[in-house]
Write a protein that binds this ligand. Structure first.
Ligand code: ADP
Ligand code: MG
Length: 695
C-alpha cells in the first residue's frame, strides 16, 4: 500500500477553482501540493462566532455586529463619504465608506438589517467601523454566525483570504476522507502529550470558539507544537541520514604517522589546553577509521582552533596523503598559510597557496603541485573547490569559520575529494558558538567537539560602552596605550548597504585618527583593498610596525595579533551581538589585560542598550550566543542565507528550541524501529529530493 494518499499529494490544480494562474500565485506561498495547504497555518484568527451588542462595543476590537439601518447619507470630507448609521436597540454605530457604488447606496434603506465585521474605532460622533465586511440579511433570516474562529492566512498578492479559506476547506475535506498517515509513534506523542496529526491540523485551521487564541498566537498551543515537532524531526532526520551515510562510505584510515603528531605537539611553544588535547584525541580517533570523519569543532574566539586543525593536517600528511584547509576570507586564509608555514617548515612541509586573486602563473604552478601530490598541504579560500582544481589524494578537508559557508556548500565539498580510496575526512570549525539546542538542529549531520577552555593566562576583555560624544577621551586613551607599547584596533562603522560608503567611512576615520595622533604609526585595512595590500597592512600590524590599525569589519574573523590589547568599535549600536563578540575576540589574545570600547551614537534604543549590556557583562561566547538568539532569532545568528539553514514552515528554532532534545530521541527511535516512517516524514516536509542532497 502506498503510504501517502494520492489526493493530498496531487498538485493544487485538482482543487475547484484553481487554474494554472492561481497555482502560480500559490507557489509564491510555497504551496505546490494539496498537502501543503494543510501546513499553511493561519497567522491569526478573527472571532465571528458571536454577535457583540452594539452598546457593549470597545474601541480597537474586531468583532461581528448586527443592526438595522437607521440612516444613510453621503457627506463631503474632502471627498465623498458614505455614512450608514445602524442600531440594535442597545446602541448605535456609524459605518463609513470611502469607496462605494450607487448600488451599495441603494442597499442601505432604513429598516434593512446588516451583519458587519470590522474594527471598532472611536470617531468624532461615537463609534465607527471603516469599510466593514457586511452582509444584508433577508427579512426572515437570522444573522449567520460562524461555528469556528475565522483564520487569517499569510497573504500573497492576488490571493484573497476568502480564497485561501475556500482552498483550505477543500484540503481539510480531502484530509478527512483520506487521512494522511500518522507518522509520530504513539509513544512519542504520549510522552509529549501531543495530538494526532489530523486533529492538530483541523484545530489550527478552524479552531472552536473557545480556543486558547493567546496561546496559539504565541505558537505554543499543543496543536502547533505537534506540527513543529514533526517538522523539526524531518529536518533533523534528513541531516542525520547524511551522517549515517558517511559511516557507510570509505575513507583512508589515517593511523600511522610514525610519531609525527606527538613530536609536533611537544615542540610547540605552548602546551595544549586540556580541551584542545581532548578534541585532538577525538579527531585522531576519527581519522584512524576507514570511514569519513564529519566533525565540527565549536570553540569561542581565541580558544586555539587553528593549532588543532594543524595537528589534524599533520596527521594526514604524515600518513602520506593530502590535506586542505579553506577559510572564508583571503585575509584569514593567508594568516593560516603563514602560521602553517611557520609550524611545518621545520618538518620540510611547504603549504601551497590557492586563492581567487592569484596571478595565472602562480595559480598554474599551485594547481600542478596539487594535482601531482607535491603539495601535501593546500591553504586557500573557496577557490580551492572550484572547477579545475584536481587533488592527487585529498584525504582531509578542514573548513574554518564554517558559519560563513552553507550547509549545501558543506555537503558539496564532501563530493569534491571523492576518489577511488573514498571520501575525504572533514573537519569544520566555527567560532560562533551556538546554543546546544540550535546546534542540534543546524549540525545534525556532524559530530561535535567543543573547545570550552581558553589558553591559560588570558584575562577576560574588559568592555565598556561610551557615547561618541566622548570620542576625544577615547582617542587620548589610544595614544596612551600605544605609547606604552600596546597595539590597538579602531573598527569603523559597518555600512552594509554599500561597499563604497563603508570604504569612505573607513577613510574618514583613518584621516581623523592620523591627524589626531601624529605621533603614532597608523595603518588602514579595508575590504576594497587588493589582497596583497591588505596582507601587507596586516603583516605590518602583526610585526609591530603599525601601532594603530584602522579597519572595517574585514578583521572580524580569525585575525590573530596577540600584542593588540585595545579595540575601539565605532557605531557599535548598529552591529549584532555575535559580530561584536567576534570583533572583540581580536583582543585578549595575549597575557595582558585587554579593553574593548563600544562607541555608540546616543540616544540608544532599548534593544541596542540590552545588546551592549550583554557584552559588558560577559565574555562567554555561548552566553552571548544564547542572548543573541533570544534577541534576534536564529536566522540572524547563523545568517540563514549563509548557513543554508532552511526556513521552517511552522517550527521556530527560538520558540521551539526546547523540543530539540526530544526530537533527537524520537529520531533515534523512529530510525531504529520504523525506518519506513522516517523516510515518509522527511518526504512530507522536505519534498521528494530531501533538502540536503541524498537522503
Ligand atoms: P581561534 O580559536 O579563535 O581560531 P587561534 O587558533 O587563532 O584561535 O588561537 C589564538 C591564539 O592562541 C594564537 O596566537 C595561538 O597561537 C594561541 N594558542 C593556541 N593554543 C594555545 C595554548 N594551548 N596555549 C597558549 N596559546 C595558545
Ligand atoms: Mg580561528
Amino acid at each position: 500500500m502506498p503510504s501517502s494518499p494520492c489526493k493530498l499529494a496531487s498538485p493544487l490544480t485538482v482543487l475547484n477553482g484553481v487554474g494554472p494562474a492561481l497555482a502560480k500565485k500559490l507557489e509564491r506561498l510555497g504551496l505546490f501540493r494539496v498537502e501543503d495547504l494543510l501546513f499553511l497555518l493561519p497567522l491569526r484568527y478573527e472571532d465571528r462566532t458571536q454577535l457583540v451588542k452594539i452598546g457593549a462595543l470597545q474601541a480597537g476590537v474586531r468583532c461581528l455586529i448586527c443592526g438595522e439601518v437607521l440612516l444613510a447619507e453621503t457627506v463631503y470630507r474632502g471627498r465623498r463619504n458614505l455614512l450608514v448609521r445602524i442600531g440594535d436597540g442597545s446602541g448605535q454605530i456609524t459605518l463609513r465608506f470611502f469607496h462605494f457604488s450607487r448600488q451599495q447606496m441603494a442597499q442601505f434603506q432604513p429598516g434593512v438589517r446588516l451583519t458587519c465585521f470590522g474594527e471598532v474605532r472611536k470617531g468624532s460622533g461615537g463609534f465607527e467601523m471603516i469599510h466593514p465586511e457586511y452582509r444584508v440579511l433577508r427579512e426572515d433570516r437570522d444573522a449567520v454566525i460562524n461555528e469556528t474562529l475565522t483564520p487569517i492566512y499569510p497573504a500573497t498578492e492576488g490571493v484573497q483570504q476568502g480564497r485561501l479559506r475556500n482552498l483550505t476547506d477543500q484540503a481539510l475535506r480531502i484530509m478527512h476522507t483520506e487521512p494522511p498517515e500518522e507518522l509520530l509513534p504513539d509513544s512519542v506523542r504520549d510522552s509529549l502529550d501531543l495530538p494526532p496529526l489530523t486533529e492538530a491540523v483541523s484545530y489550527l485551521h478552524r479552531p472552536p470558539a473557545d480556543a486558547d487564541v493567546e496561546r496559539m498566537l504565541e505558537g505554543k498551543h499543543p496543536c502547533q507544537q505537534r506540527l513543529a515537532f514533526e517538522e523539526l524531526l524531518a529536518h533533523y532526520m534528513s541531516l542525520r541520514s547524511l551522517r549515517l551515510l558517511a559511516q557507510t562510505e570509505r575513507a583512508s584510515a589515517l593511523d600511522d604517522d610514525k610519531g609525527a603528531v606527538e613530536s609536533f605537539i611537544s615542540d610547540l611553544p605552548f602546551e595544549l589546553t586540556r580541551a584542545q588535547q581532548r578534541v585532538v584525541d577525538e579527531i585522531i580517533e576519527d581519522l584512524a577509521r576507514p570511514h569519513p570523519m564529519m566533525r565540527l569543532i565549536q570553540g569561542d574566539v581565541g580558544s586555539g582552533k587553528t593549532v588543532v586543525a594543524a595537528i589534524a593536517c599533520l596527521k594526514a600528511i604524515s600518513c602520506g596523503v593530502q590535506a586542505a584547509i579553506m577559510a572564508p576570507t583571503e585575509l584569514l586564509a593567508e594568516q593560516h598559510w603563514r602560521s602553517f608555514s611557520d609550524w611545518f617548515r621545520p618538518l620540510g612541509i611547504e603549504p601551497a597557496w590557492l586563492s581567487g586573486s592569484q596571478r595565472a602563473a602562480a595559480r598554474r604552478g599551485a594547481l600542478e603541485a596539487i594535482a601531482d601530490g607535491r603539495a601535501q598541504l593546500v591553504v586557500g579560500t573557496h577557490a580551492l573547490f572550484q572547477e579545475g582544481v584536481e587533488f592527487h589524494d585529498l584525504a582531509l578537508v578542514v573548513i574554518d569559520e564554517q558559519h560563513r559557508f552553507g550547509v549545501h556548500q558543506r555537503v558539496a565539498l564532501r563530493e569534491k575529494g571523492v576518489s577511488t580510496t573514498g571520501y575525504p575526512h572533514q573537519l569544520v570549525m566555527t567560532a560562533t558558538p551556538i546554543p546546544r539546542t540550535l546546534a542540534m538542529a543546524a549540525y545534525a549531520d556532524l559530530d561535535t567537539s567543543v573547545i570550552d577552555e581558553l589558553p591559560p593566562g588570558r584575562e577576560p576583555v574588559a568592555t565598556i560602552a561610551v557615547p561618541d560624544t566622548r570620542r576625544d577621551e577615547i582617542v587620548a586613551r589610544v595614544r596612551t596605550a600605544c605609547q606604552s607599547g600596546q597595539q590597538a584596533y579602531w573598527v569603523c562603522p559597518l555600512i552594509e548597504e554599500s561597499e563604497v560608503l563603508d570604504f569612505e567611512a573607513a577613510e574618514a576615520s583613518y584621516a581623523m585618527l592620523t591627524q589626531a595622533l601624529p605621533e603614532l604609526r597608523v595603518g588602514l585595512v579595508h575590504g576594497r583593498m587588493r589582497p596583497a595590500e591588505k596582507e601587507r597592512g596586516m603583516q605590518a600590524f602583526k610585526d609591530g610596525l603599525i601601532q594603530l590599525l584602522v579597519a572595517t569589519t574585514v578583521i572580524e574573523v580569525g585575525v590573530d595579533v596577540p600584542n593588540a590589547s585595545l579595540m575601539i568599535i565605532e557605531n557599535a549600536e548598529r552591529m549584532g551581538l555575535s559580530q561584536l563578540h567576534q570583533l572583540r575576540g581580536r583582543v585578549g589574545r595575549g597575557t595582558r589585560q585587554s579593553h574593548c570600547v563600544l562607541l555608540y551614537k546616543p540616544p540608544l534604543g532599548q534593544l541596542a542598550r540590552t545588546r551592549l549590556a550583554v557584552l559588558r557583562d560577559t565574555n562567554d561566547g555561548f552566553v552571548v550566543a544564547q542572548r543573541d538568539l533570544e534577541l534576534r532569532g536564529p536566522g540572524e545568528l547563523l545568517g540563514t542565507r549563509q548557513t543554508g539553514l532552511p526556513d521552517y514552515r511552522i517550527a521556530n528554532l527560538v520558540r521551539d528550541a526546547e523540543l530539540m532534545p526530544r526530537v533527537q530521541v524520537a529520531a533515534e527511535s523512529i530510525s531504529r524501529f520504523a525506518p519506513d516512517k522516517a523516510a515518509t516524514i522527511v518526504r512530507r516536509w522536505l519534498g521528494d529530493a530531501g533538502r540536503y542532497g541524498k537522503v
